[in-house]
Write a protein that binds this ligand. Sequence first.
Ligand code: SAH
Length: 188
Amino acid sequence: APSGRSAALRARMEERLLAARFRYINQQLYTSTSREAAQLFQNDPEAFEIYHRGFAQQVGRWPENPVHRIVRYLRRRPASLVVADFGCGDCKIASSIKNKVHSFDLVPLSPLVTVCDMAKVPLAAESVDIAVFCLALMGTNLQEILEEANRVLKQGGTLMVAEVASRFEDIRAFVNAMAQLGFKSVSK
Ligand code: SAH
């Protein structure tokens, strides 16, 4: 049996390897199309597990998890509003509010998940009041993904995006591009 010290070293090294794999998968998700991302997780189910462990660890170190802020906002709005959570992960939103929430992800971390590529969700047009992308605006086909959110949103519905600031080269350009897709910025 390994001595205490070598076991601890081994555990530390394994932890670092997992963290590196998380960063690698995260980068892949942001630099490939959503279809390629779906393929990635289909071919390697372990990748999803590693990704989510790393994700939870990283967010756990932040002063605030944006999903909590989104939940606080949603709790102040009527419970009759229908919500769609794109890239829902472990469904924190669906499990924290009374509203009808459609939770979409590539892999089911929870029974509340509808497995699909968020570029094509199984919802009727104009059936949702609030669409959420919390740390999930990934994929190089963002335009297609946001057009899908636009399709399912009712006229005058709300789109909420939480993303790491460093992901944006130019937030103004992003807001302008969103305006071209039909989203008016009401709060930043
Ligand atoms: N919104 C959750 C999880 C964010 S992690 C939260 O804030 O806690 C990003 C999630 O987006 C991951 O679960 C990942 O599997 C999912 N995702 C990435 N690309 C996707 C795609 N094309 N379709 C559906 N889900 C996707």
